[in-house]
Structure formats: structure tokens, C-alpha cells
Ligand binder design. Structure first.
Ligand SMILES: *Cc1c(COP(=O)(O)O)cnc(C)c1O
Length: 424
């Protein structure tokens, strides 16, 4: 027999409440308090909510005149951290581009049936297709081959309620991260797949990805023109037109055109296709929704001239600073006081013993930076922590929510943003 406890009828009201919701700390105050020896991951909930709201509303508004409506699918692989995903939900995201059974389970666990999950990986294993359809009630699947169509049909027992999204190959573009080589059906295959999908699918769509960190709005227009030619040649009506991800954010080397320029380019491209009125337009942003919402505070363990040895690296959250050689915005965090020194260019070494654990930057920091100082590195909410490994045992990090604005603003991503003083 368990112990019996007394419970007052008004117990919930007896708890003490703070007068106002707790204020989140600033990055500087956290570093002063914790003096973290491990990387400290900082989440900016307000930034994530505002960016999601801007994207969801902006896309719906832009697509309303030319379609049945615009839906924003968050590309979960970009950052599957529930703390990020929860804020995107609060900002209005209800659709998810998942690419693995684990991502699908995560979203179902967090939101149940209220989340619309779309399985947008063109090459899936058979068990994953079955689990998605039977256990997780996923109905939309992307594909780029006749073989994949057969797999989807066989594993769902020729279900009558499938949404089949044909992934088109695009010519190599000029995105920072080109994605043209791996997936996508050629024109002839796409035409054939559209015709077959129209017979067996309840919903049919086309999708593509112009490449990640795509700086040129016209790339979406060109891809839409190509999609239009293929749809016309197939002679079928579609239900969904999915313009994919790729939307850029600011890095020290890049200031993208405003978000509205991308929305306008997509609207023009969709308008020219004169699609049936029932067509919905989707987009699948990853980077653009979460990059500004995450930063990482690292500590300097050694200085050797213009090289800094820090406690995170390419096997940790700074993968894109390695071979892809992204430059990230940085600032010194020194609880003892600010630095008045001039900025100079530094490169970083990560904590592992591998000489490939190098980030050449250049990263601009005060010339008097020294061992023991901390550095906040921004724009790491996308493709940062999610790429971490446990190589060499450097896999421990702390995590905190902060009130700070992002280190860099992306034009048109948020309204009324204010930059922190020390940001460069
Ligand atoms: C990775 C990926 C995305 C997100 O791309 P971003 O460049 O981060 O916006 C969207 N759709 C698909 C199919 C992807 O693989």
C-alpha cells in the first residue's frame, strides 16, 4: 500500500507565483555567473518566434493572390532541438519537412496530430515508409524515381490517400551550398512520374531545392519556370507547388536581399504558371528560421599570435567554419571589463587533436584577446549543434535561453530589431 497524502482543494492557488514571468538573462551576465569551461549554447526564444511569425505571415500574404494559400514547412534537419522547435510553433509554424523516422517521431511526440508532417526525403528505406504511413499518419512523400514510387506504393499497400511530391533536378546554381548533385528527377523522368502519380495519388505536387544560402531571389523564379514547363509537358494538374528551402541569412561576408524580395520573386514565378485555383504553395526554410536564434560561447584556451585555441570546433558546433569556411560574427565576452583594443583577424583551432580541426575565418576580435576570455559566435542556430560529434570526448555543452538580440540581423527577418552595442 502506498502512503496516503492529504491534498488541499485549492492547492494550485497556494503555489507562489512571480508577479511577472521571469526575465531571461543576457549572454554577458550568464558568462559572468557561470564562467563556463564548456561551450555554452545560447537560445534566443524571442528571435525565433519573431522570425517564424514574419516568415509564416509573409509567405501566406505573398501567395494569397496567386494560389489557394502558402504554407511554411520547417526543415527539421537544420536544428531538431525541441527548444528551437517549440519557439517556431509559437511563431505559427505548423508544417514540418521531415527526412527520417526519428524526425517524424520527434514532431509527433511534441505536437501530436496538430502538426502536419511531410516526408520530403526522395530516397527512403522501406521500413521508414511503412512506419511513417502506418504509425505516424504521414501522407505526403517526396520522390525522384520510378523505383521510389514503387517502394512508396508497395509499403503503403497502394493507399488511396497519398500525396506524391516529385522532386525536380535543377541546374547547378550559385548557392553557397549547392544541392544539385544528389537528388532530383530529370525532365523526362519528372514528366513520367507526374503522370503516374496523378493516377495513383490523391494529391500531386512538384518540389525542388535551389541550394542553401541562395542569395539571388531570381533563382526561385527560374526554378518555377522550369517546373511550369515540366507540369505543362506532363499535361496534369497539380495540387502542391513546393519551392523548397535555401533562404539566406546574414553572415559577415553576406548581406542578403530583404526577405520580401524573395517572396515577391516566388509570387511572380507562381503567377506565370497560372495554376489551378486549388494549388497550395509550400516552402521549406531551415537556415532562415533558426540561424539567428542560436549562438555559442566558447573559451580561449591558448593564444599563439593570431591563432586562438578554443573549446569548440569542426567536430562540434562549428562544422561550417571548417571546410565550408563560413565566417561567423564574433564578439569578445570579458566579465572583467570591455576591451578598447582595435579589431584584428584571428583563426581558430578546435579542441580535438586533429589538425583538420581548424577554422581559418578570419574572425575579427580585439587585438588584446587572451587565454581565459570568452567569445560569442553568432548565427549558429542553423547547422550548428545538430552536426556535433563526440570525437575525442569533447561533446559536453551547456544550454541557456537568453534575452539578447542576434549578433547579425538579416534584412526583413524581424521587425524593430535592436543590435547589441558591442556587436561587430
Ligand atoms: C535541407 C533541406 C531544406 C532546408 O534548406 P535550407 O537551405 O536550410 O533552407 C529544405 N528542404 C529539403 C528537402 C532539404 O533537404
Amino acid at each position: 500500500m502506498g502512503q496516503i497524502r492529504f491534498r488541499s482543494a485549492v492547492a494550485p492557488l497556494r503555489r507562489s507565483f512571480q508577479a511577472k514571468p521571469a526575465q531571461l538573462p543576457s549572454v554577458d551576465s550568464l558568462v559572468a555567473e557561470l564562467r563556463p569551461a564548456e561551450p555554452l549554447h545560447c537560445i534566443r526564444p524571442a528571435t525565433l518566434r519573431a522570425t517564424a511569425r514574419r516568415f509564416v505571415d509573409g509567405f501566406a500574404t505573398a501567395m494569397a493572390p496567386v494560389s489557394a494559400g502558402g504554407d511554411v514547412l520547417y526543415a527539421v534537419k537544420c536544428n531538431p532541438d525541441p527548444a528551437f522547435i517549440r519557439q517556431l510553433w509559437k511563431g505559427g509554424v505548423r508544417h514540418y519537412d521531415c527526412a527520417s523516422p526519428a524526425e517524424i517521431r520527434l514532431i509527433r511526440q511534441m505536437f501530436g496530430d496538430a502538426a502536419q508532417i511531410h516526408y520530403m526525403h526522395p530516397v527512403k528505406n522501406r521500413a521508414a515508409i511503412r512506419a511513417a504511413y502506418l504509425e505516424h499518419e504521414v501522407r505526403d512523400f517526396s520522390l525522384d524515381s520510378v523505383e521510389e514510387l514503387a517502394k512508396i506504393l508497395e509499403e503503403t499497400a497502394y493507399a488511396g490517400d497519398l500525396g506524391l511530391m516529385i522532386r525536380l533536378a535543377l541546374p547547378k546554381g550559385n548557392a553557397a551550398m549547392d544541392l544539385s548533385g544528389k537528388f532530383g528527377a530529370s525532365r523526362e523522368t519528372a514528366v513520367e512520374l507526374l503522370r503516374r502519380a496523378r493516377v495513383v495519388g490523391e494529391r500531386v505536387g512538384v518540389c525542388f531545392h535551389v541550394g542553401s544560402q541562395m542569395m539571388e531571389p531570381a533563382a526561385y523564379e527560374r526554378a518555377l519556370e522550369l517546373a511550369g514547363n515540366i507540369i505543362r509537358e506532363a499535361g496534369v494538374e497539380i495540387d502542391v507547388l513546393d519551392v523548397g528551402g535555401g533562404f539566406p541569412v546574414s553572415y559577415p561576408d553576406f548581406t542578403p536581399p530583404p526577405l520580401d524580395d524573395f517572396m515577391a520573386a516566388i509570387r511572380r514565378g507562381v503567377e506565370k504558371l497560372a495554376l489551378p485555383a486549388r494549388t497550395r504553395v509550400w516552402c521549406e526554410p531551415g537556415r532562415a528560421l533558426v540561424a539567428a536564434g542560436g549562438s555559442i560561447v566558447v573559451q580561449v584556451e591558448r593564444r599563439r599570435g593570431d591563432e586562438l585555441f578554443i573549446n569548440d570546433g569542426v567536430y562540434g558546433s562549428l562544422s561550417d567554419a571548417g571546410v565550408p569556411a563560413f565566417r561567423f560574427p564574433c564578439r569578445l565576452v570579458r566579465p572583467e571589463g570591455k576591451s578598447d583594443a582595435e579589431l584584428m583577424a584571428f583563426s581558430f583551432w578546435g579542441p580535438t587533436c586533429d589538425s583538420a580541426d581548424r577554422m581559418k575565418g578570419p574572425f575579427l576580435l580585439p587585438a588584446d584577446i587572451r587565454e581565459g576570455d570568452w567569445i560569442e559566435i553568432g548565427q549558429l542556430g542553423a547547422y550548428g549543434a545538430t552536426l556535433r560529434t563526440a570525437f575525442n570526448g569533447f561533446d559536453v555543452a551547456r544550454m541557456a535561453e537568453v534575452a539578447d538580440a542576434p549578433l547579425l540581423e538579416t534584412p526583413g527577418h524581424r521587425v524593430a530589431a535592436r543590435l547589441p552595442e558591442a556587436t561587430r
